[in-house]
Design a protein around this ligand. Sequence first.
Ligand code: FES
Length: 145
Amino acid sequence: MREINVGPASAFADPGRKLIESEGLEVGIFKLGGEFFAYENVCPHIGGPACQGKIIAKVEEDVAEDRTSQGFVFSKTKINVVCPWHGFEFDIRTGRHHGNPRYRLKPIKVRVEDGQVIVSLPDEKKPQNTTVQPTPDGNASRPVF
Ligand code: FES
């Protein structure tokens, strides 16, 4: 296990993120609601740089008491990161895709110690079995934090 100090917690925007690379392992470290979350920067779809995508509010359906749809709204509490390759959205707090929880970003241990953000990286980077696809440019029309 390697530990890396990625800097002061106060240097992160909230919501916000930093990306680091160490010995071939890329990690996205996110701050959300004062908490920190970290994941390998590898999308479980086909290996895109999921942690580098836009940070946006989850879209939720507003359902009235009579069970009719009132349309869609942006969540006030659930924030996603959007993989820039094909748009899969992952909950920053869990790393899971909302529609299919089998798709999950691989978590990395992260903690704050004496005001510094420390990530614990595995000793060995396992090779990824992924296919490289062209990167479409995904401009979001939703709020971007
Ligand atoms: S590689 Fe991330 S959505 Fe396809």
